[in-house]
Design a protein around this ligand. Structure first.
Ligand SMILES: O=C(CCC(O)(O)[C@H](Cc1ccccc1)NC(=O)c1ccccc1)N[C@@H](Cc1c[nH]c2ccccc12)C(=O)O
Ligand SMILES: [Zn+2]
Length: 600
């Protein structure tokens, strides 16, 4: 008699080959559409995913016949457990197709949306990338900023409200067919912890005081620049002044709010342009950092097949993404890269996804994922924490002069980092707090927009530049909302990346909690094969073990915790408290009732 688990193993090997082959075909079809939006590439993508869903449903009926709960081998059980979740393929064929069409249509509207120039009403071909992103980053004219902010939402979010409502219903229907209460529970299964939302809330409570100090300081500086009638010093900050279309990171207003002006400019955008940096060179620089840690170089096909600059003469999805074609050979990035510091870090972020693909390429198909989605988002950012140090930027010739241990220069650096890492946390939290509530039916479509602005005000302390109504649909102006990409993964990443950074810096001998002369924010793990080997051990695991096991390999911890982030920003936190006390700054913001009129 054959050992039943042996038979199960053979079945899993069959599934592994078939799923891997089909995933390659499906990903190629998705790439075809994302890199070239036409009716033909859309139709081909829909045909392939419909066929794939039909196969998955048939295979699932076979898979659930196996008594996998009884198996002794934890690995076999884990693989069956993952294969036993059918996903959206559980919908009927026509509902599955409808859902695919809705998301593709929202992505197309978002990716092809155009806006007219503030200063030239005849020039109406401005796209989000690069034109609107650049204007939002560089303009210091509140009227121009408000125009771009409002017109982008008019051209994107407002256009997809009805598709989004239908998408919510079908997503919930699919979740219920998979025995989840709604789509939010289906999304949260990836974190394998029933108290995960409580864990996130506890992390936010730990970081909130630091955020409020930074918010109060930025508000004061914007008030000094734009005056009382534009920025109320005790209220929320108007969202269009913060240098980013969604006010998710504020690094683009570093120059008008820098704590100690006159120091060496740590924003290397100008230097990159001066040195003739190209997108390709930005990605080569990133590859060299990974290789210096004894991690994998990019395969030749990566450079041949990737799209690193916005191509002319066709519509495509410009939002950056990294692609695994599940054949252990073909890996790509699609990014409409601009030559600036922000995109240099996005390049590292995308390369982090590729590195994870390369490290787990020998895992079974079902384990070719991050230990949890936050891990996948953290890899590249951990590298960027080293690359962004003035010490490293000097090593690669993007900053000149000798390293100074000038405490004011340190505050400037930590302030720039805080405008990205601290500021981002409440935004990331709000995006899925809003979506979880929508999926759970707590937020109904007649109040989508006003609840969005209630959360944006409550957690981020920002407000829209002009009144909003339920004719608007501002969440739909953010890529992940219309592309059905969960967002709490970035909140998790921005917490755990500091835990990983701290552990790798200790491994590299670059940081010692007892040694003040080696603070965490100055650590650069460049060329540390010890750090790289430790990280590689975790990355190779993919999702073969629950994520606390993966985290323990690198950090010795089994829980997410904000101590790494708070340790990194401690000097900035102290300075902000002193500075805000000096100007007796009002910490926090008075709630504003205006800004969203429920008309429906
Ligand atoms: O969206 C991204 C980068 C794109 C991505 O690499 O995360 C991409 C998003 C995506 C997911 C699914 C389909 C299409 C695009 N994720 C991936 O490409 C990806 C690849 C493999 C596994 C998981 C995700 N960043 C977020 C968060 C963010 C803002 N600023 C940052 C700076 C550094 C790092 C992240 C951010 C944003 O722009 O709002
Ligand atoms: Zn990512």
């Amino acid at each position: 008699v054959v050992d039943p688990e042996q038979e199960a193993r053979q079945y899993l090997e069959l599934l592994d080959k078939e799923y891997g082959r089909r995933a390659n075909v499906e990903t190629l079809a998705e790439w075809g559409y994302a890199s070239n939006i036409t009716d033909e590439t859309l139709q081909y993508k829909l045909n392939v995913s419909a066929e794939h869903a039909k196969f998955q449903k048939q295979q699932w009926l076979e898979t659930i016949k196996y008594p996998w709960h009884t198996y002794k081998d934890p690995d076999i059980r884990r693989q069956f457990q993952k294969y036993s979740v059918l996903g959206t393929a559980a919908l009927s064929e026509e509902k599955f197709d409808k859902l695919e069409k809705l998301v593709s249509e929202m992505e197309s509207i978002y990716s092809t949306a155009k806006v007219c120039d503030y200063n030239d009403a005849t020039k109406c071909d401005l796209s989000l990338e690069p034109e609107l992103t650049e204007r939002l980053a560089e303009s210091r004219d509140p009227k121009e900023l408000s125009h771009i902010w409002v017109e982008w939402r008019h051209a994107s979010g407002e256009k997809v409200r009805s598709q989004f409502e239908h998408y919510v219903a079908l997503s919930n229907e699919a979740a219920v067919l998979n025995n989840f209460t709604d789509a939010s529970a289906y999304w949260l299964k990836d974190y394998e912890a029933e108290d995960f939302q409580d864990q996130v809330k506890a992390l936010w409570d730990q970081v909130k005081p630091l955020y409020q100090q930074l918010h109060a300081y930025v508000r004061r500086r914007l008030n000094e620049k734009y005056g009382d009638d534009v920025v109320n010093r005790r209220g929320p900050i108007p969202a269009h002044l913060l240098g980013n279309m969604w006010a998710q990171t504020w690094n683009n207003i570093f120059d008008i709010s820098v704590p100690f002006p006159g120091k060496q400019n740590i924003d290397v955008t100008e230097e990159m342009v001066k040195q003739g940096y190209t997108p390709l060179r930005m990605f080569k620089l990133s590859e060299e950092f990974f290789v210096s840690l004894n991690l994998s170089a990019m395969p030749e096909t990566f450079w041949k097949n990737s799209i690193l600059e916005k191509p002319e003469g066709r519509e495509l999805i410009c939002h950056a993404s990294a692609w695994d074609f599940y054949d252990s050979k073909d890996f790509r990035i699609k990014q409409c890269t601009a030559v600036n510091m922000e995109d240099l870090f996005t390049a590292h972020h995308e390369m982090g996804h590729i590195q994870y693909f390369l490290q787990y390429k020998d895992q079974p198909f079902i384990y070719k994922e991050g230990a949890n989605p936050g891990f996948h988002e953290a890899v590249g950012d951990v590298m960027a924490l080293s690359v962004s140090t003035p010490k490293h930027l000097r090593k690669v010739g993007l900053l000149d002069g000798a390293s100074t241990d000038d405490p004011e220069a340190t505050i400037n650096y930590l302030y720039l980092q805080g405008l990205q890492k601290i500021v981002f946390l409440p935004f990331a939290y709000v995006v899925d707090l809003w979506r979880w509530a929508v999926f759970q039916g707590e937020i109904t479509s007649d109040a989508y927009n006003c609840n969005w602005w209630k959360l944006r005000g409550q957690y981020q302390g920002i407000e829209p530049p002009v009144d909003r109504t339920e004719e608007d649909f501002d969440p739909g102006s953010k890529y992940h909302v219309i592309a059905s990409v969960p967002y709490i993964r970035y909140f998790v990443s921005f917490i755990i990346q500091f835990q990983f950074h701290r552990a790798l810096c200790i491994e590299a001998g670059e940081y010692d909690p007892q040694d003040e002369s080696k603070p965490l924010h100055e650590c650069d793990i460049y060329q540390s094969t010890k750090a790289g080997n430790l990280l590689s051990k975790m990355l190779q695991m993919g999702s073969s073990k629950p994520w606390p096991d993966a985290m323990e390999v690198v950090t010795g911890q089994r829980l997410m915790d904000a101590s790494g982030l708070l340790e990194y920003f401690r000097p900035l936190h102290k300075w902000l408290e002193q500075e805000n006390a000096k100007t007796s700054e009002y910490i926090g913001w008075d709630p504003t009732d205006k800004h969203c009129v429920q008309t429906r």
